[in-house]
Design a protein around this ligand. Structure first.
Ligand SMILES: N[C@@H](CCC(=O)N[C@@H](CS)C(=O)NCC(=O)O)C(=O)O
Length: 178
């Protein structure tokens, strides 16, 4: 098990997760499968995401990618090809991976167009919340790592898991400074 292994948190009947599984298959990636409950509570999932409870979620070490759009965007940029195999993992094993890893996301933000009321860009490290705008309004709170046209990443310290960086798409999510 390495910090670069792909760990998909999902459940079989999720159509959103199916998109990601098919994309893994098309790219021939090796990945590990963690089956999460369909309904809340999902304690082992929210320990990684900071509150986001929807499926699918992709974990790479202590980096956690929420929402199909963010996951597929990440996959488009990464050329790593594997053998197209799946290995089952328990939620506890997934948390162990996060505990053993440090987030790889850097704070180098290529572009930051998230501005406050005065038009000043949010600085790295400010506390923000990110929340879906359609349903499942669970805000995830953390320190801004990077923000761009398409994505935003927050750093969290979870009492059980340690440091994680949680990645979201911009589309479909409301961002607020705390
Ligand atoms: N915009 C999200 C939608 C994900 C979504 O709605 N997932 C459903 C399953 S298909 C879910 O997690 N429902 C359970 C819940 O809300 O707790 C995405 O593209 O990943």
């Amino acid at each position: 098990m390495t910090a670069t292994d792909l760990v998909l948190h999902h459940y079989p009947r999720s159509p959103f997760a199916e998109k990601v599984r098919v994309a893994f298959g098309l790219k021939g990636l090796s990945w590990r499968s963690v089956i999460q409950p369909r309904m809340a509570p999902k304690p082992e999932l929210v320990a990684l995401t900071g509150g986001y409870r929807r499926i699918p979620v992709l974990q790479i070490g202590a980096d956690v990618y929420c929402d199909t759009r963010r996951i597929l965007a990440w996959m488009d940029r990464v050329a790593a090809l594997g053998h197209g195999t799946v290995e089952e993992l328990s939620p506890e094993q997934a948390l162990d991976i996060a505990r053993l890893c440090q987030p790889m996301a850097t704070s180098a933000s290529p572009h930051n167009d998230i501005a406050d009321d005065q038009g000043l860009p949010f600085k790295e490290g400010v506390m923000v919340s990110v929340m879906p705008t359609d349903w499942g309004f669970d805000p995830v709170i953390g320190a801004l790592v990077s923000a761009g046209h398409d994505s935003i990443a927050l750093r969290r310290e979870d009492p059980d898991v340690g440091a994680t960086v949680v990645h979201f798409p911009r589309a479909g999510f409301a961002i607020a400074r705390l």
